[in-house]
Design a protein around this ligand. Structure first.
Ligand code: PGA
Length: 255
């Protein structure tokens, strides 16, 4: 098996350091180490140290940041750089999340710059792509996700592309309770895989493609069993320690 399934929690603007410590204590007590999956947390940057401290005895679980600035340093009040994230113990970074694109004006061009900086800083970049409801209804889904993918990897070499993680997150499914069907997810994941293959023919099989958008305990098994789905990126349902632990223990057969 080339790609170990990924269970990634995106806490968004939830769980400060004290909450994060309590969460991790409860979560770890019921989540044994397993070799058949990779667990990854994206806490708010201010909670990263608390999460990493809680994971002292669990090096199998990785952490990352939800956002970095597109420049490596300078007069950018309030921002954090890739190097700072790495120094603070992050191993990964989310790039191009739809909330960053929609609410904070993150452009395709900025995602390309951030991907370059992340790879240079030895952070695993998790590039998020996904169409809005209007784009879906206009039949533009494939066009949109391929454009976002192309922009995200535009500054990487073919070899570097094999080191990224992708997340397909249809915007209409994020936080709405509406989930893409496993078939829908599989179809778009196959389109993304084919595009990656063009860039990185030898090693495209190394790139995991996760699904995100209203993943929960009830649908995680079906999604993870779908062909081409290599993991999940979970927002709302990752905020409860018991519920998130249960999702990370989902048993499934890879499609
Ligand atoms: P959701 O968020 O699981 O709450 O839909 C997913 C995400 O935005 O990464």
């Amino acid at each position: 098996m080339l790609r170990t399934p990924i269970f990634a929690a995106n806490w968004k603007l939830n769980h400060g350091p004290s909450d994060a410590r309590a969460f991790m204590q409860r979560f770890l007590a019921q989540t044994p180490r397993r070799h058949d999956r990779t667990l990854l947390f994206f806490p708010p940057t201010l909670s990263l140290a608390a999460v990493n401290e809680s994971l002292r005895d669990r090096p199998d679980i990785l952490t990352g940041v939800q956002q970095v600035h597109a420049e490596s340093q300078g007069a950018f009040t309030g921002e954090n750089s890739v190097a700072m994230a790495r120094d603070a113990g992050a191993r990964a970074v989310l790039i191009g999340h739809s909330e960053r694109r929609q609410l904070f004006g993150e452009t395709d061009e900025a995602t390309g710059k951030k991907m370059r900086l992340a790879v240079d800083a030895h952070l695993i970049p998790m590039l998020c792509v996904g169409e809005t409801l209007d784009e879906r209804e206009a039949g533009a889904t494939e066009h949109v996700v391929l454009r976002q993918l192309a922009a995200g990897v535009s500054q990487l070499t073919d070899g570097e592309v094999s080191g990224i993680v992708l997340a397909y997150e249809p915007v209409w499914a994020i936080g709405t309770g509406r989930t893409a069907t496993p078939d829908d997810a599989s179809t778009i994941h196959a389109v993304l895989r084919a595009a990656i293959q063009q860039r990185s023919a030898e090693q495209h099989q190394l790139v995991p493609i996760c699904y995100g958008g209203s993943v929960n305990r009830g649908n995680s098994q079906a999604l993870l069993s779908a062909p081409n789905v290599d993991g999940v990126l979970v927002g709302g349902a990752s905020l409860d320690a018991d519920g998130w632990s249960a999702i990370t223990r989902t048993e499934f057969t890879r499609g």
